[in-house]
Design a protein around this ligand. Structure first.
Ligand code: ZN
Length: 156
């Protein structure tokens, strides 16, 4: 233990954060909640933010602009698809997040973007794909990861 620790690979880092989009609209925040805790250097947060936090100390603040290719990626039109509406035995409307049965099993959550009389359009892109993200972060804690956390590749 030392009080000179900085954020680096294999450290478990806790941050308070506020995430806004390019219009300044709030997308997510740790305010009123616990800080976000993650294992640094293992791709558990978006690359642009992870890079910006490298070398920071407890109490440091940073404002980081993360373009899509350092964030959740670009939107991929191949991840937008239409399915027959009768695949759903419940009412769906744009904005709903659903899981669908596929030949490979149940899908991750996908967003309903359009509904017609016969079809439902689903978008499997990450909701933040294609967006430039602005993070305002404060480092609140840094500690060494346990062996188990390193084995698992995430914080406990
Ligand atoms: Zn684990």
């Amino acid at each position: 233990m030392s009080d000179q620790e900085t954020v680096g690979k294999d450290q478990v880092v806790s941050i308070d954060y506020k995430l806004t989009d390019e219009n300044g609209d709030l997308l997510d925040s740790s305010e009123g909640d616990k800080p976000l805790t993650y294992l640094h250097g293992h791709g558990n947060i978006v690359p642009g933010l992870e890079k910006a936090l490298d070398g920071k100390s407890v109490g440091d603040q940073a404002s980081v602009t993360v373009p899509p290719d350092e964030g959740y990626g670009e939107r991929d039109s191949e991840r937008i698809f239409e399915v027959p509406k009768d695949r759903f035995d419940f009412e769906v409307k744009p904005g709903d997040v659903v899981r669908v049965q596929t030949p490979q099993g149940v899908s991750p959550p996908v967003q309903v973007t359009a509904v017609t009389d016969d079809t439902v359009t689903l978008d499997a892109n990450h909701p933040l794909a294609g967006k430039t993200l602005n993070f305002d972060v404060t480092v609140v804690e840094i500690r060494a990861a346990s062996k188990e956390e390193l084995d698992h590749g995430h914080s406990h």
